[in-house]
Structures are given as C-alpha cells and as structure tokens.
Design a protein around this ligand. Structure first.
Ligand code: 9MR
Length: 470
C-alpha cells in the first residue's frame, strides 16, 4: 500500500483541518462517512489481498535485521500490505543521544515496505519504555520539552511515509484503577499525552494519530474504560486524535473475550478509527483468530489488523507459538482461519458511526456500472489484461485486473485525476511522476491483481493501457 499525497499545499494542522485531510486524503485507512455496500465473499489468496478486498489492511511487525532472511521476506512480501517496525522507530532507536537522531534501521524498513506497495505504521513516539538512558534520567519541564522535540523531529522525518503513528503507547495502568501509569512522562503533568498529539499533528498533519495500548480489549476492564474516557474527552475538546490501537496480545492471563467487538465498536462510536495493532494469541487457536477477524470486519471503522511477527520464531513470545506461520514458514491452521474469515466476511451495510464533520467530497450522483463493459484488448504484446469493478465504498472503490497469456507480465493502468491509487495487492507497483499511471509487475502472486482507488469525487473506471509479457 502506498500513501500517495503529492500535493504541494500542506494543509494547516488542527482538528478541523485534520478531519478534512483525513476524509480527503484518507488513503487506505478511510472508513469514515462511508456507506458500505453489503459485502460479498471475496477470493483473495493472501492476507493482504483479502483484507484489501474488504477495505482493510493486514500488517505485521517487522524486525529490520531479518530483512536479509529470504524465507522471512518471501512471506512478508507475499502476505502483508502494512508494516510496523518492531523496535526501529522507538525512542531509544531514533534518538540514542539527545538531539542526535538515527534513522538508518527504520528507513530500511520503510523503504522495503513502500517500494513494495506496503504502508507503514509508525511505532512509537512517546512511551515510558525503551527510552534511551539520557531520557530515563530526565524529569519535569526538561523532559517535557525533550519529549515534544522527539515527537516533532521523528514525525517530521517520516512525514509522508507513515500513514499512522502510535503517538503515545501504553500510558494507562494495569489493574483496577483505570488511571494513568506512573512514569517520568506522566510526572511531567497529566496533559503530556495531548501535548504529544498536538506536536505530532503539527509535524505531520496527514498521518493518522493513534493512542495504542494492551489489555484494553475487554470492555469491562477498568483500563479499557480509562482509555475510553480519555478518548471521549480528547474528541470533545478537539485534541487531534484519529484512532485507537488495540494491541491484542491474547494469552491465558489476558484471553480474548467475546465483548471485544463491543470494545471496538464503542471506541469507533466516539468518532475514531480503530485498529488491531499487535495481534498474537497464545497457542494460535484458529477459532480465536477467526473471531478476532470477524469482530474487526463487523465494525466499519476497524480498518486493519497487524500481527506481531510473521513466524512463531519471530515472536517476542516464541514459546507460546502465537502467530500464523510455523517457525519453518508454513501456514498454520490459524492462517487458514484468518484468510477464510477475511474472504467470507461481509462489510456491514450500516451507516458510518457519527462524526462531527461531513464528508468533504460529494457523494457520486451516478452509480458506476457494476459489470465491466466489453474491453478492447489493450496494446502491448504477449498478454491481455481485463479490468473489472469490485467492491465500492462511499469514498473509494476496488478494481481487479485479470491477465491472460503470460505469467510474467507488466500491466500499465491509468486513473483519472484527482483519483489516487491508495492500495494494491498481488503485484509490484510503480508510478510515473504524475502519480496517475501505475505500472504493475507480476510478483508471483498469480494472474489477478487488485487496487483501491480513492475517488476524490471522480468515479470513472481506471483504464488498462497495456499488457506486456516479459
Ligand atoms: O516485540 C518487541 C520486542 O522485540 C522488544 O524487546 C520489546 C521491548 O519493549 O518490545 C516488543 O514490542 C512491544 C511493543 O513495542 C509494544 N507493545 C508490546 C510489545 C511486546 O512487548
């Protein structure tokens, strides 16, 4: 997935501007204001493709040092269309000495992802943990300033490259208090979280800004309610928060519970997107993985799922074998359950949860054709590419392109400005300088590739320009 915002005019930061930006430039994360068509079963063969057909992404945490492991990158590149750096964007990695920023490892992950059409979630700007020594030793206004400087510098460095930031991570206490976790950051004043969000908003007005935490999955838990009350307060006061991440590290002490869907939908009803950001499940029960996916698909504003690693051997809790792939890289039953849930899931024919601002683009007045018209085989040589309409939402639509006559192919597709391609699957995309002409190359995922187009008010069908066998 690619975030493709090439405009020169940077919108002004601030809550009102943020809503407009989010709705206009929504990229793949958009679900606000969308009137969903009833979903249909889809037939994706990878997690990313199947999620994209449902208007969601499927991501994984990536460890930079594993990018030289071809067994790892084969699965990464085939299955996922969103990436979170497992450690490389954390405070100790990006600012090891005060005011000396270090982005090499993070940039490597970002480049790997974006050059292959995947999006990136930034993780994380402000956190009590994994602070470099110099920060651990700070307090008071000096620490507040250092934290805000960190947020500003790092969000500015990655501006335009990450679609969302975990601005603040894990700031609430476990247990029954429902209050904040004690930390050096908390001791700078209770407003440190909103200060971090405002700094991130100023540095990158286009990124979605999220609060991220664990043990916030059970709706009845005090911690869940504490975060909920903070988000409600932020929304009521115009603090620029767009999304809430639920880490969802499920294990025997903190199991999946059936009120998880209530948690996701209750937060969404506050006017934020929700994402499952670090999913792993002790023992990897296929049924539980399936329930988690179904819960996300049931909530219109749940727009993506990220698992916390690829193979069990990549997990921070490897002994719990909590992931979708065995240590040898083969698919586990949980993988099949997730893929099936993504393919069978239906998007709810609901209206979107209440938002305070209306969509910025007018809804289409004419419905586009639901079947593809007869196509003239496009020029090129050695293959034919046929484009079909697929799922459509209030702000975007999917197209599928079927290639015949070659297994190694290059297809050129053009969208009409101000349309923008926000997401692709089953191919390796590149763009011309206008950003409107996409060259898609086969990547071993078969002969059908797909892409999502943000309509931006124009609902015309993308055109296949050529198909060339190679
Ligand atoms: O998976 C990460 C592991 O490699 C690190 O050693 C650990 C250090 O804090 O952080 C792990 O990732 C955490 C994430 O950043 C925040 N939520 C909990 C994750 C698992 O501990």
């Amino acid at each position: 997935m690619i975030e493709r915002c090439h405009g020169d005019t940077r919108p002004q930061a601030g809550p009102r501007a943020r809503t407009a930006i989010v709705l206009a430039a929504a990229a793949l994360l958009a679900a606000t204001g969308a009137a969903f068509l009833p979903g249909t079963a889809s037939a994706g063969t990878t997690l990313g493709a199947s999620a994209a057909e449902k208007g969601r992404y499927f991501g994984t945490a990536v460890a930079g040092f594993k990018l030289s492991d071809s067994a790892y990158t084969t699965i990464l590149n085939r299955e996922f269309n969103m990436v979170t750096a497992e450690n490389e964007m954390k405070i100790d990695a990006t600012e090891p000495q005060q005011n000396q920023f270090s982005y090499g490892a993070a940039d490597q992950i970002v480049n790997h992802a974006r050059s292959r059409g995947m999006s990136v979630r930034g993780h994380t700007l402000a956190w009590h943990s994994q602070q470099p020594g110099w920060m651990q030793n700070m307090s008071g206004s000096a620490l507040r300033q250092a934290m805000l400087n960190h947020v500003t510098q790092v969000a500015t460095h990655f501006r335009g490259q990450v679609v969302a930031w975990d601005v603040v991570n894990e700031a609430f206490a476990d247990g029954s208090s429902g209050g904040r976790r004690d930390s050096n950051l908390q001791r700078t004043g209770n407003d440190w979280i909103e200060a971090a969000f405002r700094a991130a908003d100023a540095a990158d007005p286009n990124a979605k800004l999220c609060y991220n935490d664990y043990n916030t999955d059970n709706w009845t838990h005090a911690k869940t309610q504490g975060v909920y009350n903070m988000v409600r307060d932020f929304k009521s006061r115009g603090v620029p928060i767009d999304c809430v991440g639920f880490q969802s590290h499920f294990n025997n002490d903190s199991p999946y519970v059936s009120n998880y869907r209530t948690t996701l939908s209750s937060f969404a009803a506050l006017g934020v997107d929700v994402q499952i950001t670090e999913l792993d499940i002790q023992g990897a029960s296929a049924a539980t993985y399936r329930s988690v996916v179904e819960d996300c698909l049931a909530v219109a504003r749940c727009n993506g799922i990220t698992v916390w690693g690829i193979r069990d051997s990549d997990s921070w809790r490897a002994s719990q074998t909590p992931l979708l792939f065995n240590s040898n890289g083969s698919k586990k039953p949980a993988y099949d359950a997730v893929l099936a849930a993504l393919n069978n899931g239906t998007t709810p024919p609901t209206t979107a949860p209440p938002t305070t601002n209306p969509p910025t683009t007018a809804p289409p007045t004419t419905a586009p054709p639901t079947t593809a018209p007869p196509t003239t085989p496009p020029p090129g040589s050695g293959c034919t590419a046929t484009l079909q309409d697929s799922t459509r939402w209030g702000d975007r639509f999917n197209s599928l392109v079927t290639v015949s006559g070659a297994s190694n192919w290059t297809v050129v597709v053009a969208v009409t400005p101000p349309q923008k391609v926000s997401n692709t699957w089953n191919g390796s995309p590149s763009w011309d300088s206008s950003g409107n002409v996409m060259t898609m190359r086969s990547n071993g995922s078969g002969n059908v590739f797909g892409f999502t187009t943000m309509a931006n008010g124009n609902w015309s069908r993308p055109q296949v320009r050529s198909c060339t066998a190679s």
